[in-house]
Design a protein around this ligand. Sequence first.
Ligand SMILES: [Zn+2]
Length: 116
Amino acid sequence: MTTYNGSCHCGRVAFDVQGTLEGVMACNCSICQRKGILMWFVPRESLHLLTPDENASTYTFDRHVAKHRFCPVCGIHPYGEGTDPQGNRMAAINVRCLEGVDLAALPVTEFDGRSA
Ligand SMILES: [Zn+2]
């Protein structure tokens, strides 16, 4: 178990997240492709915001089940919130927003979200 520090670019949205980062998911859906996000899914309670929740704006589309949280100042999307198929609250961390992570060393699982 490791604690990672993460933030948007300007620091208005900052957090830490606890877990074991063993790999990331790249998705080709309409929003993930545009963001270039590399996702790490953790239970929502493993994500601890260090800045007020309302500092991050929320974007939803389609079925509006996934909340894409982004900084309204610098435009970076550090995480998203949603539920897994069992109804557990989850967070999708944008690993590109974490400090001290060697992105090139992480195995990437491709997810065909465009067809899902
Ligand atoms: Zn920002």
